[in-house]
Design a binder for this molecule. Structure first.
Ligand SMILES: Nc1ncnc2c1ncn2[C@@H]1O[C@H](COP(=O)(O)OP(=O)(O)O)[C@@H](O)[C@H]1O
Ligand SMILES: O=P(O)(O)OC[C@H]1O[C@](O)(COP(=O)(O)O)[C@@H](O)[C@@H]1O
Length: 310
């Protein structure tokens, strides 16, 4: 079974405004209320790709109920631990540029954390645990390291798509897949990543520390895969960008969906990048048919330092 875990879910209140002006009254005629948070997006895309999975995490209040109801209607299995706090609403303004306003995650007590630990302890060998989205600073980083250690001891594949201080402790534990975007990878090492060469350099450091697969996503420029055996670059397909929110999560879903079936990192990378782009070209998340149409358009070639000009 594949389990995703969203500590900080959200409703993504997505507003299209033709000409957004900060500091002015802007009216929109097109708004959507998508369930969000990275693990939830991974679960929704996995389901669309035909892969059964269960969404874990925390949810509360009327927004939490909305997310649970939405997932139920889409046939995504979920098992959230309840919070007294209302799950956040993240605002996504779509204009000539994309502006995002993400709220804080929940405050969790020891009993709520223990409830998640129990669920992780009950996972079986060859299950997957996808910890995705921001991890609130109020939870000690050690807690997430404990979850990673349980996964390692039980042969559960640990996938990480997060940012912030907890990420630093987690990359020192054995991780199957980590998918930072260029900026998140830079933050992790306290540098600004401005070139493919830098991305390769820092991704290789993570591989040297024991991460099996590092995918650095670079928006419309595609992505880089580094493992101990290979380094591949993928050029993203061209298309009309509608909403890139959830593209990174879709890349993770596509990678896992393909790897779970074929155990081939290069195929999984292609499927992941096609899924990320298929989501960028839609208002909501991608569908399987969108991904399969784009597969042949993903150009993959070996990363060679000598060929890199920047
Ligand atoms: N403008 C775009 N055009 C085509 N594909 C895109 C675009 N933006 C994102 N993607 C696809 O989605 C993947 C993840 O996007 P990215 O923005 O890097 O992730 P994140 O959402 O985590 O920041 C990219 O590797 C690419 O395949
Ligand atoms: O937990 P964070 O870092 O605040 O991010 C949450 C946001 O990320 C998303 O999951 C989208 O993530 P990506 O664009 O990186 O795929 C949104 O649905 C959500 O609003």
């Amino acid at each position: 079974m594949i389990y995703t875990c969203t500590i900080t879910p959200s409703i993504d209140y997505t507003v299209y405004v033709p000409e957004f002006e900060s500091g002015k009254l802007n009216r929109s005629e097109e708004v959507y209320y998508y369930p969000g948070g990275k693990g939830i997006n991974v679960s929704r895309v996995l389901k669309r790709l035909g892969i059964s999975n269960k969404a874990l995490g925390y949810a509360g209040g009327f927004t939490g109920n909305y997310i649970e109801e939405f997932l139920k209607n889409e046939g995504v299995a979920a098992d959230f631990i309840q919070t007294a706090q209302i799950t956040r609403i993240n605002v996504k303004i779509k204009s000539d540029k994309e502006t995002e306003l993400n709220g804080p995650g929940p405050e969790l007590d020891a009993a709520q954390l223990a409830a998640l630990t129990q669920k992780v302890q009950a996972m079986n060998e060859n299950d997957w645990f996808v910890l995705a989205g921001s991890l609130p600073g109020s939870i000690p980083a050690d807690y997430f390291v404990e979850l990673a250690t349980i996964c390692q001891a039980n042969g559960v594949r640990f996938v990480l798509d997060t940012s912030g201080p907890a990420l630093e402790s987690l990359v020192a534990t054995p991780v199957f897949l980590i998918k930072p975007n260029q900026q998140e990878l830079g933050e992790l090492f306290g540098v600004e990543i401005t070139s493919l060469r830098d991305a390769y350099f820092y991704a290789s450091k993570l591989v040297a520390q024991g991460t099996e697969h590092v995918v650095v996503s670079m928006g419309g420029d595609g992505a880089l895969l580094v493992t101990k055996d290979t380094a591949l670059m993928a050029k993203a397909p061209q298309g009309t960008v509608v909403n890139t929110v959830g593209s990174g999560d879709s890349l993770v879903s596509g990678f896992i969906a393909s790897y779970a079936t074929d155990q081939d990192p290069a195929l999984a990378f292609r499927y992941g990048v096609a899924s990320g782009s298929a989501t960028a070209f839609r208002s909501d998340l991608c569908r399987k048919e969108d991904v399969e149409k784009l597969l042949a358009e993903v150009e993959i070639y070996p990363y060679e330092e000598k060929d890199v000009t920047k």
